[in-house]
Ligand binder design. Structure first.
Ligand code: AHM
Ligand code: MG
Length: 337
């Protein structure tokens, strides 16, 4: 009889590729898995218990009701805080980074995460996800500094997401390909379901919030017009698929190919670079996409080469099959530069 490869075994095997590894990254990834199981359990109960809605409410036991994204944030923060070998973390749910200290010299790794991306969808039972990005610390003092978090995606030690969809799936990479694991709820283990995902070179799906069309640049609008043109030879027009939950939209793009886009727009002058955050949304997704053979770009440069200057900074984001994203970049070069 055969049983699937567990996530724990995969992480262990990856660690063995690095004889110098101390096991610290393995511990972090194990904590991600553990926290993901707890969040998954709560997400699954979302329609049953009084966990939806605004903070400040009381549930039937008279306990405070926490919004699910706040709950997820607390769980992941608690899981990472248990690790003495870990130093500083940034969450979409916290304005400032949080230093993790057990009184000794700071550990080797930083983590930036979005505990529950797409959480505005949760009341409609739409898939949501957790995104995480792990870097090796660069400063050498006793205590880690916020700048340790501000590293490019190229320097990532590991990245991944957990998709709380029709099943719970963890997709991750430590730089040795992108691999996916499905949570088997009956045994509480993540089991490998996709070894080394390879994104199709070209896909027939485009994914964006097209309601923002009037606020996009000429290059982006031309690209959209192009993929909607009828051309049976190239399979155009493409299909449109947009869940509005990046983890789910990227997951589909990884498996089926095509392009996911959240361009910069002129809708809100306070957000000239679009909506998505570089450090804990775009950079880890770009890492997974590149590890699967895809391309992730801000329209002119690879997302993984962008140097973050602030923890919550935003960027335009185009990711998916190489041929689709290159076409988009050509349209931007032709009409916007
Ligand atoms: P959030 O971090 O506040 O949940 O926002 C991020 C989400 C992404 O999952 C998704 O791609 C995007 O927002 C959808 O935005 P829009 O509603 O503007 O299309
Ligand atoms: Mg988010």
């Amino acid at each position: 009889m055969q049983i699937g490869m567990t996530l724990a075994k995969h992480i262990y095997d990856t660690q063995r590729l690095h004889p110098e590894a101390t096991g610290a990254l393995t511990l972090i990834l194990n904590q991600v898995s553990m926290a993901a199981k707890i969040v998954s359990r709560e997400v699954r109960k979302a329609g049953l218990v009084d966990i939806l809605g605004l903070t400040g409410q009381k549930n039937v036991q008279g306990e405070d009701v926490r919004k699910l994204d706040e709950f997820a944030n607390e769980i992941f923060m608690a899981a990472f805080s248990q690790l003495g070998n870990f130093c500083i973390m940034a969450s979409e749910e916290r304005e400032e980074p949080v230093l993790v200290s057990d009184g000794r010299k700071s550990g080797d790794y930083t983590i930036a995460f979005d505990p529950l991306d797409g959480s505005s969808n949760i009341d409609a039972n739409v898939s949501v996800g957790t995104i995480f990005a792990v870097h090796r610390r660069v400063s050498e003092g006793d205590e880690a500094v916020p700048e340790d978090l501000l590293q490019t995606g190229r320097a990532l030690a590991a990245a991944g997401y957990v998709l709380y969809g029709s099943s719970t799936m963890l997709v991750m990479s430590t730089g040795h390909g992108t691999h996916a694991f499905t949570l088997d709820p009956s045994v509480g283990e993540f089991l490998e379901c996709h070894h080394q995902i390879t994104i199709p070179k070209r896909g027939k799906t485009y994914s964006c919030n097209e309601g923002n069309y009037p606020y996009w640049s000429e290059g982006v609008r031309h690209y959209i017009a192009y993929i909607k043109e009828a051309d049976p030879a190239s399979g155009r027009p493409y299909s449109s698929r947009y869940i509005g939950s990046m983890v789910a939209d990227i997951h589909r793009t990884l498996l089926y190919g095509g392009i996911f886009m959240y361009p910069a727009d002129t809708k809100d002058p306070k957000k000239p670079s679009g909506k998505l955050r570089l450090l804990y949304e775009c950079s880890p997704m770009a890492f997974l996409i590149e590890q699967a053979g895809g391309v992730a770009s801000n329209g002119t440069a690879p997302i993984l080469d962008l140097q973050p200057t602030q923890i919550h900074e935003r960027t335009a984001f185009f990711a998916g099959s190489p041929e689709n994203v290159r076409e988009l970049e050509r349209s931007i070069a032709q009409y916007d530069m």
